[in-house]
Design a binder for this molecule. Structure first.
Ligand code: ADP
Ligand code: MG
Length: 458
């Protein structure tokens, strides 16, 4: 990494703290520091819109951050527009094509791809299909393979954060681009989309923008829940959607929520969205989580032992981004200390990640889940009942309390009808031993209960 790239990374890392992820991805991620000449720092940005927005919203944050990083008293910021990605320049070049043709600098062969704004790393090949995302995956494939004649227009994928929405819709774009680079694609975050609309209305160029969008074969708009707060643009949005739709363009959208649950979203927009297909992504089940962990490890050229994979899969269920975070954390340790990671080391490294997510789990909840799993009344777990069936369920519950919570065996004993701490340890050890010798019934049972626990602590 050269000095400028290092400064750029530092700069972006610092700015990240001031912005939400959506704004960061839209405005900061695509910019580059291309030159530092004394006090002048030159940024390359994808479009003039970025310059306007950054100057309007982030000027002081930019200056403050540069002062901190570079130690210069009054840095001056210069913006250069990347001619390969700017819509306005693109339009101009179309208008001026005839007279300027011979002097035009040929665009690189990556230019058309760059114009899509797609992230190349998101493909169908590196997306694990499993319980929770099969419908979204199948519909995305269907749209990607039949771009000019799909029955799903628009396709809207909704669901919680970090569950693969951006990945899937970008995979559609990448698939379409690779199968026919002649097709015109654009990926926009809602942030940028709304800002473009507002700007074009202000500059009285909204018709140009509509025509520009209608010339696209595929338009992907990420995180449309952002539209909700933009009353004024919703009217225009509705017309733009119609324009795109009737000129044969495929629209693909994502949202954190089902459109019905996005309050303040124009009813006409809602019904327009419902004319296509609305499908969701849900948290992956245990097996899918394990497959994702293996794939993410493979992607950074590393492999994880099965017990570590299962440990992560059993203990992190919030979303895929967190699974990725866990794999990266282990890899970081491995590459820095050059030491093999044992299961105990993995537990230690990931302790923080796991405890924070486990904060909602407690003894009472484990007892609820176990009693339901074994179909026995919960209060019997606390009583002095000695039938084998109840004693077994109680042992399982105690085992789960000792492994899933930070509670001491003494306090666990108290919650199980005032039993001794040694009784808790004895019961937990009994289950642990069966797991160690891989008793199939016990392994399966614990896995299933952990899965329920994970889902209930989302
Ligand atoms: P969302 O847009 O729903 O918030 P993203 O698409 O940004 O989520 O996904 C977060 C991270 O998790 C990305 O790095 C993505 O590659 C990864 N990811 C999500 N689901 C899967 C999956 N099923 N297979 C592989 N990677 C996934
Ligand atoms: Mg996303």
């Amino acid at each position: 990494m050269n000095d400028i790239s290092k400064i750029e990374t530092q700069f972006k890392d610092k700015i990240k703290g001031f912005l939400n992820q959506n704004s960061f991805n839209t405005w900061i991620k695509p910019i580059k520091i291309v030159n530092i000449d004394n006090d002048i720092i030159s940024f390359q940005v994808p479009s003039k819109v970025h310059i306007d927005y950054i100057k309007g919203q982030y000027k002081s944050v930019f200056e403050k951050t540069l002062v901190e990083i570079l130690g210069k008293e009054s840095p001056s910021i210069k913006f250069l527009i990347d001619s390969e990605t700017d819509f306005n320049l693109d339009q101009k070049s179309v208008f001026e094509k005839t007279e300027k043709k011979s002097r035009d600098i040929p665009k690189s062969r990556f230019a058309p791809y760059k114009e899509t704004s797609l992230n190349p790393k998101y493909t169908f090949e590196n997306f694990v299909m499993g319980n929770g995302n099969e419908t979204a995956y199948a519909s995305s494939m269907q749209v990607a393979n039949n771009i000019k004649k799909t029955q799903y227009n628009p396709l809207l994928i909704f669901g919680g954060v970090g569950l693969g929405k951006t990945h899937l819709v970008s995979a559609i774009g990448n698939h379409v681009f690779n199968s026919d680079p002649g097709l015109k694609i654009i990926y926009l975050t809602s942030d940028l989309f709304v800002f473009q609309i507002v700007n074009h209305i202000k500059n009285k160029t909204i018709d140009d923008y509509k025509n520009y969008l209608s010339s696209k074969d595929l338009i992907i708009i990420d995180d449309i829940q952002f539209f909700a707060k933009k009353e004024k643009s919703q009217e225009e949005l509705f017309h733009i959607f119609n324009h795109i739709y009737y000129s044969g363009g495929q629209i693909v959208l994502t949202s954190d929520f089902h459109p019905n649950e996005i309050h303040e979203l124009d009813d006409r927009l809602k019904s327009r969205f419902k004319m296509g297909l609305i499908t969701d992504v849900r948290p992956p089940d245990l097996e899918t989580r394990a497959a994702i962990i293996r794939l993410k490890a493979e992607e950074i050229n590393s492999t994880l032992d099965d017990d570590i994979v299962m440990f992560i899969a059993n203990n992190i269920n919030t979303n895929v981004r967190d699974l990725e975070g866990a794999v990266k954390k282990l890899y970081f340790y491995y590459s820095h200390f050059n030491k093999e990671i044992t299961i105990n080391k993995a537990k230690e490294i990931l302790k923080e990640l796991i405890t924070s997510k486990k904060s909602t789990l407690n003894i009472d909840k484990i007892q609820d889940i176990v009693s339901e799993f074994f179909s026995i009344p919960k209060d019997l777990l606390m009583k002095k009942n000695r039938t084998k069936e109840i004693a077994d369920a109680r042992a399982v519950a105690m085992y789960l309390c000792t492994t899933q919570l930070k509670a001491t065996t003494t306090s666990i004993g108290v919650h199980f009808g005032g039993r001794e701490h040694s009784t808790v340890s004895h019961a937990a050890n009994k289950i642990q031993k069966k797991l160690t010798v891989k008793d199939p019934e016990t392994v399966k049972m614990i896995e299933e209960i952990l899965n329920v626990i994970n889902l209930s602590t989302c």
